[in-house]
Design a protein around this ligand. Structure first.
Ligand code: HEM
Length: 124
């Protein structure tokens, strides 16, 4: 499914539209890895939706351990040890992510969902 189903601390910045910082699982700033299937169709990215494109996601991964783009409530020492300098070229990674796209999947937005929450999303 192109996710490890686990939670990790990446230190993504908050969405300023929220009154409070989203602290993730048990207030640790850990968030679950979402599936990367069809990821080319689901911008914006990360839990806060603060990264607008896949290029921005790759720049984020490159810079977060330098403290650039780091959530102000997260320290560098809290970041997941799996985060490490990238060796694959951006274009190759983005091509790979495009290969995970299924153009035939059902994109119709349901009028209601079992939880009763309002239906949103940005599927075009
Ligand atoms: C070349 C390496 C990687 C690529 C191309 C990549 C790609 C992505 C993309 C495109 C997203 C956004 C998905 C979305 O919002 O729907 C994402 C989110 C995420 N990735 Fe990665 N990733 C990589 C490495 C990693 C590593 C090493 C970890 C674990 C330490 C990780 C954990 C996560 C988590 C937890 C999220 C969700 C973060 C949040 O919602 O704030 N990723 N990744």
């Amino acid at each position: 499914m192109f996710t490890d189903y686990k939670t990790h601390v990446l230190g993504v910045i908050d969405n300023e539209k929220l009154n409070n910082s989203d602290k993730g699982r048990n207030d640790t700033y850990a968030f679950r890895t979402p599936t990367l299937r069809n990821v080319t169709l689901t911008a914006p990215y990360m839990h806060s939706g603060k990264l607008q494109s896949l290029s921005e996601v790759l720049v984020f991964y490159d810079q977060v351990k330098d403290g650039t783009q780091l959530n102000a409530n997260v320290s560098i020492s809290q970041l997941d040890s799996l985060l490490r300098p990238r060796v694959t070229r951006s274009n190759d990674l983005i091509e790979f992510l495009h290969a995970l796209t299924d153009d035939t999947f059902d994109r119709s937005v349901p009028t209601q969902v079992p939880s009763g929450l309002s239906v949103g999303g940005k599927i075009q």
